[in-house]
Design a protein around this ligand. Structure first.
Ligand code: G3H
Ligand code: 13P
Ligand code: ZN
Length: 332
């Protein structure tokens, strides 16, 4: 058993309390490899932002749990070396079972999500409560989910979303004891969140997707005052990256994400964790495609992974400063 405290990590309790009070959200950024990890930490140290580094089941399979744990230790030391001891949580994204959550808690994670959102309501409560009871013995925080997002998360995909029902949230939170709640209010996973038919064109001819359901979010906030809410599927799918990818041989058709203004509005509410994965994938892929196309003789991975890491860092800094509002809040 390795406690996250030995690794210098923190759970999300304090982070969320401060985020709610300060009217901002914390970036929950997925990582699978060293370059992504470096970009996240560099961006968060430079913007003095707290951060949640999250690992999906796919990432665990890809990177190995022992390596991830040691990377997390390295992340804390790296932030220190870069000059700012920002609060860093290591979070399991979309935990699919009690066993997966337990394995992560036992291996140094400071926060876990148990995603029972595709289960019948009572089964979601039962498995979430089981994870909470185990996690809280070690002061690990737990995120649960009510409502279903459209799109693909790990290997589970849902064709349509089911918005979270505000009538259920008090019962769910009080019976499970979760520390935060992921809800479904119109975001979805992946780079293809909306079809062009679902969007309208603004004055500049840009496709704008339907507004998030801020009415449902407000109702949930009213039922759970001061309780931390989480938004998954919150990539904005920056069109400059989609354009570069397609310009250099990619085939991303109709990739439309959540407008950043809507995320910025949500960040000022009880939403205090915003999950972003796909945007990072797009930033890296766009950079790598461009370099490989323009310099076909290049074969040193550092020559394309290095610039991809720089672009990623720039993107996370922009999210922290301009979208989530968490910049400058690391040492609150
Ligand atoms: O919600 C899902 C995340 O974007 C993780 O995706 O399983 O491909 O790592 P992944
Ligand atoms: P995106 O696919 O919108 O980046 O969402 C990521 C996510 O919710 C991870 O849990
Ligand atoms: Zn998610």
């Amino acid at each position: 058993m390795t406690s996250y405290k030995e690794l210098g990590l923190v759970n999300t309790r304090d982070m969320f309390a401060k985020a709610i009070k300060g009217g901002y959200a914390i970036g929950a950024y997925n990582f699978n490899n060293m370059e992504q990890m470096q970009a996240i930490v560099q961006a968060c140290v430079e913007t003095k932002s707290p951060v949640i580094m999250q690992v999906s089941r796919g990432a665990r399979d890809y990177a190995n749990i022992n390596l991830l744990r040691n990377m997390a230790r390295g992340v804390v030391e790296y932030a220190h070396e870069l000059g700012c001891d920002i609060p860093i949580a290591l979070h399991l994204d979309h935990g699919d079972s009690f066993e997966t959550c337990k394995a992560c808690i036992d291996n140094g994670f400071s926060s876990v999500m148990i995603d029972g959102s595709s289960l019948p309501y009572e089964e979601n409560i039962a498995v979430t409560k089981k994870v909470v009871d185990y996690a809280h013995q070690f002061d690990v925080t737990v995120e649960g989910e009510l409502g279903v997002l459209a799109g693909i998360e790990d290997e589970v995909s849902a064709a349509a979303s089911h918005y979270t029902q505000p009538a259920e949230v008090i019962d769910f939170v009080s019976r499970t004891g979760v520390d935060s709640l992921a809800i479904s209010v119109g975001t979805s996973h992946g780079a293809f969140k909306f079809t062009p038919e679902q969007c309208t064109r603004n004055a500049e001819g840009i496709l704008v997707p339907p507004e998030l359901r801020f009415d449902i979010l407000a109702e949930i906030e009213k039922k759970l005052p001061g309780f931390p809410i989480v938004l998954h599927g919150s990539s904005s799918v920056p069109q400059q990256y989609v354009k570069i990818i397609n310009q250099y041989g990619g085939k991303l058709v109709d990739s439309i994400g959540i407008p950043e203004e809507q995320l910025a509005k949500a960040a000022k509410s009880a939403v205090c964790k915003i999950n972003i994965d796909s945007d990072g994938r797009l930033a890296m892929t766009a950079t790598i495609r461009k370099i490989l196309a323009e310099k076909p003789a290049e074969f040193d991975p550092r020559k394309y992974l290095g610039p991809a890491r720089e672009e990623l860092k720039k993107m996370y800094m922009h999210k922290n400063i301009d979208v989530l509002g968490c910049a400058g809040h690391a040492l609150d």
